[in-house]
Design a protein around this ligand. Sequence first.
Ligand SMILES: *[C@@H]1O[C@H](CO)[C@@H](O)[C@H](O)[C@H]1NC(C)=O
Ligand SMILES: *[C@@H]1O[C@H](CO)[C@@H](O)[C@H](O)[C@H]1NC(C)=O
Ligand SMILES: *[C@@H]1O[C@H](CO)[C@@H](O)[C@H](O)[C@H]1NC(C)=O
Length: 204
Amino acid sequence: MFRSLTSIIYLSLYTVTLTFTNRAPQRSTGDILDRLQEADIVDDIIQRAPYEPLEVHHGNWTVDFGNELPIQAFDMQPQVRWPAPNGTMYTLVVVGPDVPHRDKPEQRDWLHWLLGNIHNNDTTSGESRADYIGIERPLYQPGTHRIVYLLYKHQDNQEVFFFASVIKGRKTMYKRSFFSPIFFARLHELIHPEAVNFCYVVVP
Ligand SMILES: *[C@@H]1O[C@H](CO)[C@@H](O)[C@H](O)[C@H]1NC(C)=O
Ligand SMILES: *[C@@H]1O[C@H](CO)[C@@H](O)[C@H](O)[C@H]1NC(C)=O
Ligand SMILES: *[C@@H]1O[C@H](CO)[C@@H](O)[C@H](O)[C@H]1NC(C)=O
């Protein structure tokens, strides 16, 4: 009851934010779940739950539940926005589950970005656990790839202690492979993401 009430409040806040900024299309929670299921993201990468839409932009490109972004969009670190009541804390995860390609994702999921302990929605306050890297080639082989953005709200607004060491740039790229959001969330008691989004990139 409390959770669904919280969700309604968030959704209202989000709708208000969108009305004022007009930056991303509105989507119902049912539509979001349908799109996540169609793209095999639910069950594969995250579990079935009601999710809020996460606002994500790569420069001028907006991520919108399965739209396609050009490869150069990923050269830019995404800007992520969400409504955050004061005193809340979040962790942001961006993964590519189709590495090296969707038919044989032997390195899934590949961690593009992990920003932990974000105060409210100020991403500059976050703790960089894996800095952002875009579409690496030849790691990303030709074909269509999903890119998934996950926002976890911390329980009781507490800081999270991260077990894995910090990943910086391309030096320790191998550490970005085999990242499981479900396992990561369980290990750090993050339950499931509160807000999500995803898009496709076609690698020539
Ligand atoms: C974004 O759009 C503006 C205005 O259309 C343009 O000046 C700018 O170069 C674009 N930026 C990128 C990164 O494409
Ligand atoms: C942060 O959250 C507040 C309160 O919900 C909202 O007004 C603001 O637009 C959000 N900012 C960003 C960058 O998401
Ligand atoms: C947010 O909470 C902090 C700590 O309780 C407080 O210092 C700050 O003034 C609050 N900010 C707003 C905008 O309410």
